[in-house]
Design a protein around this ligand. Structure first.
Ligand SMILES: NC(=O)c1ccc[n+]([C@@H]2O[C@H](COP(=O)([O-])OP(=O)(O)OC[C@H]3O[C@@H](n4cnc5c(N)ncnc54)[C@H](O)[C@@H]3O)[C@@H](O)[C@H]2O)c1
Length: 338
């Protein structure tokens, strides 16, 4: 029916057409579907077959009050320990739904249909779920693996191009972290607009990106060591995101990837040729690489980053395409790289 991989012996990831997969993987009992308004509007045939709850979209709704509102609705529907929760949506929906399912009545079985590229290559994979508290992202959450994740790349066709690109930044990141062949493959692909409509190419891209994340997450579920590699480009990416609303997460990560690749080249860790390949690929995919905020502003934001512990930053640096290391350095040393 599709390509599938088993993750941590708990989650089965299906990359294929949702209509051909869903009935075969859902348990027989009661199912409650949780979606946002866009999914409800775009995919009524998929959603309206089930009892469903619509939640607010956007980062501002990824919060404890949304979680509490879903608990109330589940109670009103008399959802019990035998109820299966199915989240259909992007990273916002799957982060909220995973957390709700992991905590309601001490945990219900759940699965995802991941509908954004970012969700398919990143947010739905790895079992981390959670919500923001005040200004802090993902402050409260759980690490519980869903029973399955279905990624149907044809659902990405209804996604705005800017959202697709946001996911593509994570794909490029995965390639630099651990898959040189994926990077070359992306370099060889046609321009992005046609790429996103090509089912087989996109399935391959999703599968390979997921494989990079899984190879790391399966070893380090809790971000103690290796999992940090997945933060490539995110130190400055987050700083850019914090400093301006002009760019989305993926656009900021693309800028962060370019900046850290250039810094690695400056330190002699990465060849200048590889740093240029990274810039060229990102530009071809439509990313603007000049940040809309100044370097001092970005560095100020890095200083305040919650992940900074004891003034030591753990910075992921590329040594080659497909090969990265985590370097521990004081903030001053980081500053001097730029
Ligand atoms: N848990 C993790 O490991 C992890 C990893 C990375 C990111 N995240 C989280 O993911 C979130 C971002 O996820 P996202 O980028 O998927 O954003 P999102 O869930 O907000 O989706 C983006 C937009 O696209 C819409 N949408 C979703 N699927 C669609 C489709 N098929 N067609 C048309 N529109 C569609 C949504 O309604 C939304 O408006 C962030 O909160 C981030 O923290 C979590």
């Amino acid at each position: 029916m599709s390509d599938c991989i088993t993750i941590k012996s708990k989650t089965t990831l299906y990359i294929g057409r949702v209509k051909e997969i869903i009935d075969k993987v859902l348990p027989k009992g009661r199912v409650v579907v949780i979606i946002d308004a866009n999914i409800d509007r775009l995919y009524p045939d998929l959603v309206h077959r089930y009892d469903h709850i619509i939640i607010g979209g956007g980062e501002a709704n990824k919060c404890l009050s949304s979680v509490a509102a879903i608990y109330d609705k589940l109670m009103a529907k008399s959802a019990d320990r035998s109820t299966f929760i199915l989240g259909i949506g992007g990273g916002i929906v799957t982060d909220i739904v995973g957390f709700v399912a992991a905590t309601y009545m001490r945990g219900l079985d759940f699965g995802f249909i991941s509908t954004t590229l970012l969700g398919q290559v990143d947010a739905s994979i790895g079992g981390k779920n959670g919500v923001n508290v005040a200004d802090y992202k993902n402050m409260v959450g759980t690490i519980v693996q869903p029973r399955f994740v279905i990624s149907d790349v044809e659902m990405l066709r209804t996604l705005p191009l800017r959202e697709l690109r946001a996911g593509m930044a994570e794909v490029v990141k995965s390639a630099i972290v651990g898959d040189a062949e994926l990077f070359s493959y992306l370099e060889g692909c046609a321009d992005d607009a046609t790429l996103y409509h090509h089912t087989e190419l996109m399935q391959n891209i999703v599968m390979r990106s997921v494989a990079v994340k899984l190879a790391i997450v399966e070893e380090d579920e809790r971000e103690g060591g290796k999992r940090r590699l997945l933060n490539l480009g995110h130190t400055l990416g987050h700083a850019i995101e914090k400093s301006t609303h002009a760019v989305n997460h993926g656009e900021a990560v693309a800028m962060g990837l370019s900046l850290i690749a250039r810094a690695s080249a400056k330190c002699g860790m990465l060849s200048v040729g590889d740093a240029q390949r990274i810039d060229r690929l990102l530009e071809r995919l439509g990313f603007e690489l000049t940040p809309p905020v100044s370097m001092p502003e970005m560095l100020r934001a890095v200083r305040h980053d919650k992940k900074k512990q004891d003034n030591i930053l753990r910075v992921v640096m590329p040594e080659g395409i497909g090969r990265c290391v985590v370097r521990e350095m004081p903030f001053d040393e980081f500053e001097q790289m730029f």
